[in-house]
Design a protein around this ligand. Structure first.
Ligand SMILES: [Zn+2]
Length: 283
């Protein structure tokens, strides 16, 4: 747990899964990334789906929701998903039921970020997991998720987000928006056009940035380390450059959503002026 001004932050693990190491590191050859990241015999690296519980006054805000537990056996096997762990389990471990959550904010609607927002009930019908929560995403992300094409269709699974619209639980934002006191969403395009990151902290207090898939793990702090999954990799690079400049100037804490080993850290310039992780911080 970490206190950030008036906010209380608690890290939750929505479950681990595995993604192709080549796809995760984009143009970086395996000869380089394999020195820093281990992979299994199928070339898959293991990642967490980190979710962050933010308590802001009397509001409980959940950032991200993990993979959920609706995967058919074939996909469950491909992605090495563990159905025993979900955001519901993680919340209960800190004494909270899903109905206690007021708001769910997602960086984007790929399955590993929004899968935990819906489930199948005993009748086999899909229903929202967080019945009282407003679910906050960028309007552009909603448009893209509901008009998927061949390149992003495998990541946008309607079962994960269409029931939210049907239940009237969506809140669509257009660009930078303060969604609660000290909780602000920022457009951070590249991975998807409508991707957002979440900036936490009051205007003159300490800040933390939940990056989402702009920078999924600490090794992706290196500017050219951009995932092959990204729809516009050069845009991700520019988003990273701009974010890192602000993060270094204002000493933001960076929170990585998929890093199994490191929760968060602070950045600084190396001797050549490139942004690097200066120190790791455990939340
Ligand atoms: Zn992801």
């Amino acid at each position: 747990m970490l206190t950030l001004g008036d906010l209380k932050l608690t890290m939750l693990n929505g479950g681990n899964f595995r993604l192709d190491g080549g796809a995760m590191h984009g143009v970086v050859p395996k000869t380089l990334w394999s020195k820093l990241v281990s992979c299994d015999a199928l070339n898959r690296c293991e990642y967490t789906t980190r979710c962050l519980l933010v308590e802001a006054g009397d509001q409980r805000i959940l950032i991200e929701s993990g993979n959920g537990d609706k995967f058919p056996p074939k996909l469950k096997d491909i992605y090495g998903i563990d159905h025993d762990r979900s955001i519901e389990v993680a919340l209960r471990e800190v004494g909270l039921e899903p109905a206690a959550i007021d708001m769910v904010v997602m960086t984007h609607l790929h399955f590993d970020h929004c899968g935990g927002t819906t489930r199948r009930n005993a009748r086999g019908t899909l229903e929202p997991v967080f019945p009282r929560a407003r679910h906050v995403i960028q309007r552009r992300e909603w448009q893209d998720a509901t008009n998927a094409h061949e390149r992003n269709r495998a990541s946008y699974l309607g079962d994960n987000f269409l029931p939210l619209e049907a239940a009237g639980l969506l809140q669509l934002c257009d660009g930078e928006t303060e969604i609660a006191p000290g909780v602000r969403v920022l457009r951070t395009p590249g991975h998807t056009e409508g991707h957002q990151s979440i900036l936490l902290g009051s205007p003159d207090g300490p800040k933390a940035l939940f990056l989402g898939d702009v920078v999924p793990t600490a090794v992706h702090t290196r500017l050219p380390w951009v995932m092959a999954y990204d729809l516009e990799p050069a845009r991700t690079l520019e988003t990273k450059r701009a974010l890192f400049q602000r993060a270094i100037n204002e000493d933001w804490l960076m929170v990585w959503g998929h890093d199994r080993d490191h929760t968060a850290g602070r950045l600084g310039p190396d001797k050549d002026g490139n942004p690097v992780v200066r120190e790791f911080v455990t939340i």
